[in-house]
Design a protein around this ligand. Sequence first.
Ligand SMILES: CC(C)(COP(=O)(O)OP(=O)(O)OC[C@H]1O[C@@H](n2cnc3c(N)ncnc32)[C@H](O)[C@@H]1OP(=O)(O)O)[C@@H](O)C(=O)NCCC(=O)NCCS
Length: 185
Amino acid sequence: MSNTKRIETARLILREYRIEDVEQVFINWASDPLCCQFLSFEPHKDLTETKKNVQNWIDNYDNGSFDWVIETKDNHEIVGSISVTNGHCALDLQNGIAEIGYCFGSKFWGCGYATEALRAVIEYLLTEAGMYLVEARHISGNPASGRVMQKAGMKKEAVLRGRRINKVTKERNDLYVYSITKDEL
Ligand SMILES: CC(C)(COP(=O)(O)OP(=O)(O)OC[C@H]1O[C@@H](n2cnc3c(N)ncnc32)[C@H](O)[C@@H]1OP(=O)(O)O)[C@@H](O)C(=O)NCCC(=O)NCCS
């Protein structure tokens, strides 16, 4: 069975990417400058770039990746992404540690979607996927992401000083590390 198990929450479906998702992924978050402002990648310039990424994410399911696209239950609109093994996040199977990252298109911000998706993925990773600890990181200039981590039950455990250049302000920002263990669910 795929590590990227289909998960349903009250309002969302978290599932594997399909190649037919490319257009919505591009329009709804991957080309969105606001969505990418605190992320390591730049907004996608065209559908070809998104298609290449989506195909890559699909191909990686066979390697055990945890990489969900998120759509709304009511009208099946793709709103974002949540992942353990995509980009810079790290999966340490030997120690049961999963680092998680997420992003949502800016037109969907403030609806509680990120919190709803993060809670569901944390629960799956800690109760079904054999993880002991789930970690997430955000830069000090992105407090909304920290709030999502708090609302999902994670605790701030470290401040890594000056680890990232903020792409918006060009200033050096601290990196905040949050985590939750199996015992804290
Ligand atoms: C960060 C992000 C995931 C939040 O998504 P979202 O769906 O709006 O999140 P939610 O609605 O679940 O919760 C957002 C919370 O942040 C709060 N918030 C928003 N802007 C804030 C700010 N500038 N400072 C502090 N809190 C803020 C909201 O008020 C809300 O908290 P509340 O429910 O207590 O009021 C979304 O903005 C995003 O995708 N950003 C771009 C990608 C990104 O930064 N990913 C994370 C990288 S670490």
